[in-house]
Design a protein around this ligand. Structure first.
Ligand code: CA
Length: 228
């Protein structure tokens, strides 16, 4: 099974580099720019590892780490901390608070990927390299943008919501009703046909970016599934 990783990092350039390095190793990477978003993601989804920056626009990674270690569901989540070069105090605090590993910026993406793999192995995951086809979508929920293999997808607001929903429940079939609620809310003008039409344009955009793969499958009478 593909290991799922949450990256909490407010620097978009670093986030892109990290995501790219990890995607090559077959990991699924979700990205948050804010502590607030990461907290929501961690509460609603399963992750195998968290890469956590210390200095964030709406708080400290160290505070989030403390919270995670105090909650039963995330007490054992492997965490790799990232921090500004030379911030010795962060390193010490991070490790004291229960970070599993630590990297100071600037770091090489290969070094990070190696550490992540070591942590996953320690946590009982097989080699992520042996996992299925590497498929990486990077969902920037704050900016409402999704990238496929490092390339930002030109999505409308509805398409973003649809794909983001499919992505969060990757591998599961989502009924048209559920997708309708996720992307259109209470807009009663929308119908199942609306979902079908948007899935069609979404598929075309994904195909343009990656012609070799079909990411969204149709399950007759049931709905749609994002295959990873
Ligand atoms: Ca930062």
């Amino acid at each position: 099974m593909t290991a799922r990783l949450l990256l909490l990092e407010d620097d978009p350039a670093i986030a892109r580099t990290v995501a790219y390095a990890l995607e090559r190793d077959g990991l699924a990477v979700m990205h948050s720019l804010l502590v607030h978003d990461a907290r929501q993601q961690l509460a609603s989804q399963r992750f195998d590892l968290l890469v956590l920056d210390v200095g964030l626009p709406d708080g400290s990674g160290l505070d989030l780490l403390r919270e995670l270690r105090n909650a039963a569901a995330t007490a054992a989540l492997p965490v790799l901390m990232l921090s500004a070069h030379g911030e010795e105090i962060d390193r010490v605090l991070g490790l004291e608070l229960g970070a599993d590993d630590y990297l100071a910026k600037p770091f090489s993406p290969r070094e990070l990927a190696a550490r992540v793999k070591a942590l996953l192995r320690r946590a009982g995951h097989g080699s992520p390299i042996a996992a299925a086809v590497p498929t990486v979508f990077l969902d920037d929920e704050t900016g409402q943008r999704i990238s496929l293999r490092g390339q930002p997808l030109p999505l409308t607001r509805r398409e973003y919501r649809l794909l983001s929903h499919l992505l969060r429940g990757a591998g599961r079939i989502h009924s048209r009703d559920v997708l309708l609620a996720a992307a259109w809310g209470d807009d009663s003008e929308s119908t199942d046909r609306t979902v079908d039409t948007h899935i069609k344009t979404l598929r075309a955009k994904l195909r343009e970016m990656d012609p070799a793969r079909e990411y969204i499958s149709t399950h007759r009478g049931m709905g749609y599934c994002l295959d990873v």
